[in-house]
Design a protein around this ligand. Structure first.
Ligand code: ADP
Ligand code: MG
Length: 585
């Protein structure tokens, strides 16, 4: 183990270290300090939080600046006011015996003139948030024209917070021939861009493992139209016959709905959310752990307790509102040394979130396309072949063998193979042969939310603010009443006594049907199709339409009834989740 005294630090600093009670340098300190002391160099250091980075740059910086001069020689940029104050405070301790050292903190939300005064008194080191620093430079309150060392602390976090331009502006005020030391927990593209742009062949050190969970997890996203979300999910499951997945939705309601649809469509799925009782949740978790449930659809909150090691896929049916939560989700897979995939189904409007997430996880996504029906059929077929090859022969079969042979005697081996696999293959094939492809929305195609789409119908409804609706409440009401899925109702525009909303053209008959003879709080509700995108009138009245029978629960006609989740591992517990599993068609 190295000792602080072996790193090349001066006596005044070693004394301060001893006062601090630091016995030996941490790994990043042991690596960075000698490099930084030896000669002026640029440095990129990657190390997790809590590894002692402050001292790793703090001691060398204090040793290197000229305490006899009062101009600013060192600048530390840090993402938040708290960190600024923390670093400044640490520096007081580090520089306890370095007489003449002055470190000043500069951050927003406090008097700028006070900070200016502090600096005017002489500050060899400034610890600053980028925003305030830039501001003070612009106003001529700080002079960094003789800066020799610039530290970018928590660089990933600063870029994550949108400080890129501020940082580049600040660096532009500083001399070219200075040393830049960059410290970061992760190394997203933006950080390496900064390194490339502003640093001169930096030395690089990496300490410890970079976020272990993300190292084993690859991240993929799939761009789809909002209405394809569910079918995209199905395909992602179908193309992975061995899938053991956690699917995340944003709300309890979506979680329940997606799980129900999956179950209806024949998958071993279950929902986990806060509306379940504790014993229900325990049962779901038990079944998931036993792999009787292969697809667990969960809310973020409910998923907190999931401690299952061999989850193969995390599927983000919707991205979380807070991008930070993504790491918690993706961390459910790639555990215990295994690899995993985190898949994101997203629409164009969410694409910018991917960039933010990439910064947080320090890893890039790859864009993939939703597999074609053909691909899925093939995957399932070969999966089955392998499964058969690996199936242990049950000796009890021997008794039936003569009879089986007799029954199959007219078939050639080739025919037998064909027929055998057709049993399974045909089901997938029939489902996917007409299913078309789920392609990403074309460049010209606007998001589903847009009113430019020609495959939507705009409706008028005589409910409005007077009835106590704002647009969000009305949207919820419509979604609930129409039961068309989460993104089915768009462009809700609430007026005083009436409103407008859009629904896919294909759902037009259903909307008219549902609102036929519909009452709300004792009042007849009138729904009309509007020709005008936003205006009223011109539409055909619902009453003009022939009555066409009642509307029952939505039948789903694109069941595949089919997935890896289908096979084996059947038990009585499963049937309770999967009672409605569709049989072969
Ligand atoms: P980071 O910036 O990497 O997140 P910090 O520099 O904030 O980490 O250090 C984390 C904590 O570890 C601080 O409380 C600091 O005082 C302490 N620390 C740093 N170096 C040492 C050391 N060599 N020995 C003991 N404690 C240390
Ligand atoms: Mg730190």
């Amino acid at each position: 183990m190295t000792n602080f005294s072996e790193l090349g630090l001066q006596e005044d600093l070693l004394k301060a270290i001893s006062d601090l009670g630091f016995e030996s340098p941490s790994e990043v300190q042991a690596q960075a300090i000698p490099i930084l002391l030896e000669k002026d160099t640029d440095l990129v250091a990657l190390a997790q939080t809590g590894t002692g980075k402050t001292a790793a740059f703090g001691f060398p910086l204090i040793q290197k600046i000229n305490l006899d001069q009062r101009h600013t020689q060192g600048l530390i940029l840090s993402p938040t006011r708290e960190l600024c104050l923390q670093i400044t405070n640490e520096f007081q301790n580090y520089g306890k015996y370095s007489s003449g050292l002055r470190t000043v903190a500069v951050y927003g939300g406090a008097s700028i003139t006070d900070q200016e005064k502090q600096i005017k008194k002489g500050a060899q080191i400034i610890v600053a948030t980028p925003g305030r620093m830039k501001d003070m430079l612009k106003r001529g309150m700080i002079d960094i024209s003789q800066l020799a060392y610039c530290v970018l602390d928590e660089a990933d976090e600063m870029l994550n917070m949108g400080f890129y331009e501020d940082i580049t502006d600040i660096l532009a005020h500083s001399p070219k021939e200075k040393s830049t030391w960059l410290f970061s927990a992760t190394m997203p593209k933006e950080v390496s861009n900064i390194a490339k742009k502003f640093m001169n062949s930096p030395k690089e050190i990496t300490v410890g493992q970079r976020n272990v969970s993300t190292k084993n997890v690859s991240h993929e996203y799939f761009l789809v139209s909002a209405r394809d979300r569910y079918n995209a999910l199905k395909r992602l499951v179908d193309v992975n016959p061995e899938v053991y997945a956690c699917v995340f939705c944003r709300t309890k309601r979506d979680t329940q709905k997606v799980a129900e649809r999956l179950i209806e469509d024949g998958y071993n799925a279950a929902a986990l959310h806060g509306d379940l009782s504790q014993s229900q949740r325990d049962m779901v978790m038990k079944s998931f752990r036993n792999k009787q449930v292969q697809i667990l659809v969960a809310t973020d909150v409910a998923a907190r307790g999931i401690d299952v090691d061999d989850i193969t896929h995390v599927i983000n049916y919707q991205l979380p509102d807070e991008v930070e939560i993504y790491t918690h989700r993706s961390g459910r897979t790639g555990r215990a040394g295994k690899t995993g995939k985190s898949l994101v189904i997203l629409t164009k409007s969410e694409l910018r979130k991917i960039k933010q997430i990439e910064r947080i996880i320090g890893q890039n996504f790859t864009e993939e396309s939703i597999p074609s029906g053909e691909e899925i059929c093939e995957k399932q077929l070969f999966h089955l072949v392998n499964e058969i090859k690996e199936t242990e022969i049950n000796p009890k079969i021997d008794a039936y063998l003569p009879k089986l042979e007799e029954m199959l005697i007219d078939l050639t081996k080739e025919d037998l193979i064909k027929k055998f696999f057709s049993v399974e293959f045909t089901r997938f094939y029939n489902y996917y042969k007409d299913a078309g492809s789920i392609s990403k929305p074309s460049a010209s195609e606007r998001d589903f939310q847009s009113n430019e789409r020609s495959d939507e119908t705009r409706f008028f409804i005589n409910l409005g603010e007077k009835d106590g609706f704002n647009w969000m409440q009305l949207k919820d009401f419509l979604k609930e009443t129409l039961d068309l899925g989460r993104d089915a109702v768009a462009k809700v525009d609430v007026k005083d006594s009436f409103s407008f909303f859009n629904v896919a053209k294909t759902d037009e008959p259903k909307v008219m049907q549902i609102f036929e003879n519909f009452t709300y709080q004792g009042r007849n509700i009138n729904v009309e199709i509007t020709k005008d995108k936003g205006g009223r009138g011109g539409g055909r009245k619902r009453n003009d339409r022939k009555k066409s029978g009642g509307f029952g629960k939505r039948r789903d006609d694109n069941k595949s009834g089919f997935s890896g989740a289908r096979k084996g591992k059947k038990s009585n517990v499963e049937s309770s989740f999967n009672r409605r599993r569709s049989k072969k068609k």
